[in-house]
Design a binder for this molecule. Sequence first.
Ligand code: NAD
Length: 284
Amino acid sequence: METKNNNLPEVVMPETEPIKILAGQKALVTGANSGIGEGIALELGKAGADIVVNYVTNPDQAEAVVEKIKMTGAKAIAVKADVSKEDEVGSMFEEMFKHFGTIDILINNAGLQQDSQFDMMSIDKWDKVIGVNLTGQFLCAREAIKEFKRRGVKKEVSCAAGKIIHISSVHEVIPWAGHVNYASSKGGIMMLMKSIAQEVAPYRIRVNSICPGAIRTPINKQAWDTPEAYNKLMELIPYGRIGEVDDIGRAAVWLASDHADYITGTSIFIDGGMTLYPGFATGG
Ligand code: NAD
């Protein structure tokens, strides 16, 4: 398939030696059996963290991710939980503590879309998206913060008592017609993240968001799986290529590591310039 909109060379990601900057740390990645969650889980594993691979459907995919992580030398287990359900989130953390003793890094990634023209949007579609994308991130963050505060800083593991990375979206700032529930959930994540960050900074707990642009995953397949769709998508991306899950995974490793120790309360956009509003490059 021709996926380029110009004559730029193929993207070749630099091969990097895995540096074990997260050695000894325990990470939970929600929705880690697919897409961005899987990409982050694999990168955290390569960086030396032991991983809980959360999933809600497709256990085989979750087990496959666990096996890939184990090949890097890290430990990994798959744990089933619907992040929008308080009791299931509680059980997931208990399971994590039983296996790994504690948590150092939470990646709040699980999310979905249920699109609809606004005046046709059912309350079920609204509740489902807010329930998973926003309430799910609240429930997991709350359990992680309890443990970070209980345990405090362990200097030999990290300068911080814990790190949370919310996976938000460019749609925390870009309005999105036809996706009002999704954009509202992501806008909500911005203030969830900032307010938690403000409250827990004195405990040396860091809370940030990563806001992906268009990343090649199942959630947005219709936006990249034909040349026509891909070329249309490129009109929104000044950098001229779609994002890959590694683009997010590598940034998550750095943001969770002590290399980013002074960063809290921030949204990091990884979007090939989508939030530069490219329509204004020639007009406005
Ligand atoms: P994906 O569909 O591949 O992955 C979503 C994951 O969330 C899946 O593993 C799914 O099973 C899981 N999930 C859904 N409901 C769940 C629930 N109730 N409990 C637990 N897990 C649940 O899509 P993705 O693109 O990898 O999306 C991951 C995150 O990235 C989402 O929060 C999404 O909003 C965000 N995001 C994606 C893009 C993109 O372009 N792909 C852009 C911006 C933000």
